[in-house]
Design a protein around this ligand. Structure first.
Ligand SMILES: Cc1cc2nc3c(=O)[nH]c(=O)nc-3n(C[C@H](O)[C@H](O)[C@H](O)COP(=O)(O)O)c2cc1C
Length: 400
C-alpha cells in the first residue's frame, strides 16, 4: 500500500457543514421548534451549503439517522461543488461491496466523495446490526476491511486473508475518480483508533476538545504515523454559535438549552455513559460531568450540547472575531479541517457563512455578490440609509 496521502495539498482551512439526517431543531431536547429531516429539508441544507461555499457536508451513521450513502446520493444531484463526507462502518458491509458503492458515488458526483470510517461505540446498537465484536476487535476488523477496500479502489487484484475479512482475487472494474481512492477520514480516541488512523487513514478527526487535549491527540497520531512513514491531515468537529456580539452569542447558547430539564439531562448522561464503549464519548462526558454549572470548559468552548447529544458535544461561542481567533488556535496545532454545525442547520449554515467565512477566508459569498450585482445594475429600487435594499415585502404585498 502506498504511504502517500491521496488528499490534495492542504488548503488553509476546509470548513464543512453537517447534514442533520437524524432530525433538526431550534432547541436541544425539546419538541418546540423541531424539524423533520425529510428529503426536501436535507436537500435545502445541502443546496445552502453548496451555494455558500462550504467544502463539504458530513453525513453520520447509526440507528438514529438515515443511511449516509443513500442520503448523499439523493441530495448530490442538487449540488455542484459540495463534497460528501459519508460515514462508512467497516464490517457492516463487506469491503468489496463498499468499494463498489463508494466508487460509484465518486464517479456519479465527479469525484466529490470523502469517507469517514466509523468503528462505532454502542455495542448494543452494533449487536442489533449483527456486529458483536469487542472494542479493539472492531478496529482489527476495520484494519482488514481497509486493506481490502484500499487495494480494490487502487485497482489492484486483491488477495487478502485477514483474521476477520478476506478477498480472493477481488477486483473493482469501475474505479473511483479520485486516485488511488477518495480520502479516508477517521475518528476515535482510543489507542486502537490512533494506531489504525496512523496506519491507514488520510485524515484524523477529533471531537471538539480543548486545544491542549487536541494537541496531545495530534502529537500521538502524528508520531504513530511517522513510524509508518506517513503524514496525515487533522480535523475537528465542533458546533458553532456565532453572533454579532459576545453577549448575543452567549444568549443564543443559553437559549439552545432553555427547554432542557434536569431530568432529561440526567437520563441522557446515564444512557450515554452506560451504553457507550467509546473512549471519545467518555472524554466528551468528562468535560462537563453532566452539570450545567460549568459548561465553558475552555475560553469560548461550551459543552452544553453534550448535556444531551452523543458524539460532538461542544460549541465555540462568541462574536465572529473571537470564534475565528479560537479556530486559528486549533489551526496552529495542525488542524486544517473544521466540520461545523449549528441548530437549526439550515439557518445556521447561512449565519456561519455570513459572519465567519470572510474572517476565515473561505466560502464563495455568492449571496453577497448577488446583492452587490443587484445594487450595481439596478437603481430602480430604493436603498436604506446603510446602502442595502429595504427588506422584501411581505408575501401579501408581493402578490400585488
Ligand atoms: C468527527 C467524528 C465523527 C463520527 N461519526 C460517527 C458516526 O457517524 N457514527 C458513529 O457511530 N460514530 C461516529 N464517530 C465515533 C467514532 O467513529 C468511534 O467509533 C467511536 O468514538 C469509538 O472509538 P474510540 O473508543 O476509539 O473513541 C465519530 C467520531 C468523530 C471524531
Amino acid at each position: 500500500m502506498n504511504a502517500i496521502s491521496p488528499l490534495a495539498a492542504p488548503s488553509a482551512l476546509d470548513v464543512l457543514w453537517f447534514l442533520p439526517t437524524g432530525g433538526d431543531g431550534r432547541y436541544l431536547g425539546a419538541r418546540q421548534g423541531q424539524r423533520v429531516s425529510d428529503n426536501r429539508y436535507l436537500r435545502q441544507v445541502a443546496e445552502a451549503a453548496d451555494q455558500l461555499g462550504y467544502h463539504g457536508v458530513l453525513l453520520p451513521t447509526g440507528i438514529g439517522c438515515e443511511d449516509a450513502l443513500v442520503t448523499a446520493a439523493s441530495v448530490a444531484p442538487f449540488t455542484d461543488h459540495l463534497r460528501f463526507l459519508v460515514a462508512l462502518r467497516p464490517g457492516q458491509t463487506l469491503p468489496g461491496e463498499a468499494a463498489r458503492q463508494f466508487a460509484t458515488l465518486d464517479r456519479l458526483t465527479g469525484g466529490r466523495v470523502m469517507v469517514n470510517v466509523v468503528c462505532g461505540g454502542n455495542p448494543a446498537d452494533l449487536a442489533g446490526d449483527g456486529l458483536t465484536l469487542g472494542h479493539d476487535e472492531r478496529y482489527a476488523q476495520a484494519s482488514d476491511f481497509l486493506q481490502i477496500w484500499r487495494g480494490l479502489m487502487a485497482g489492484e487484484k486483491v488477495e487478502f486473508a485477514g483474521e476477520y475479512l478476506s478477498s480472493r482475487g477481488g477486483r473493482l472494474l469501475f474505479p473511483p475518480v479520485q486516485r488511488p481512492h477518495p480520502p479516508l477520514y477517521f475518528g476515535g480516541s482510543s489507542p486502537a483508533a490512533h494506531a489504525l488512523a496512523a496506519a491507514q487513514a488520510d485524515a484524523y478527526l477529533t471531537w471538539g476538545e480543548p486545544p491542549a487535549a487536541v494537541a496531545e491527540k495530534i502529537a500521538d497520531v502524528r508520531a504513530r504515523a511517522a513510524a509508518h512513514g506517513r503524514t496525515l491531515r487533522y480535523g475537528i468537529r465542533l458546533h458553532l454559535i456565532v453572533r454579532e456580539t459576545e453577549g448575543k452569542a452567549w444568549d443564543a447558547a443559553r437559549d439552545l438549552i432553555r427547554h432542557l430539564s434536569d431530568d432529561t439531562i440526567a437520563t441522557a448522561q446515564r444512557k450515554l455513559s452506560l451504553e457507550s464503549d467509546s473512549e471519545g464519548q467518555r472524554r466528551m462526558l468528562a468535560l462537563h460531568g453532566g452539570s450545567r454549572e460549568r459548561l465553558e470548559i475552555a475560553p469560548n468552548l461550551w459543552a452544553g450540547v453534550g448535556l444531551v447529544r452523543g458524539g460532538a458535544g461542544t460549541a465555540l461561542v462568541g462574536d465572529p472575531e473571537t470564534v475565528a481567533a479560537r479556530i486559528r488556535e486549533y489551526q496552529v496545532l495542525g488542524i486544517d479541517t473544521v466540520i461545523a454545525s449549528g441548530y437549526p442547520h439550515l439557518d445556521e449554515a447561512y449565519r456561519v457563512a455570513e459572519l465567519l467565512f470572510p474572517l476565515l477566508g473561505v466560502g464563495r459569498a455568492r449571496a453577497a455578490e448577488g446583492g452587490a450585482n443587484l445594487l450595481a445594475g439596478g437603481g430602480s429600487f430604493s436603498t436604506t440609509s446603510d446602502g442595502f435594499p429595504p427588506p422584501a415585502p411581505s408575501p401579501v404585498e408581493a402578490r400585488a
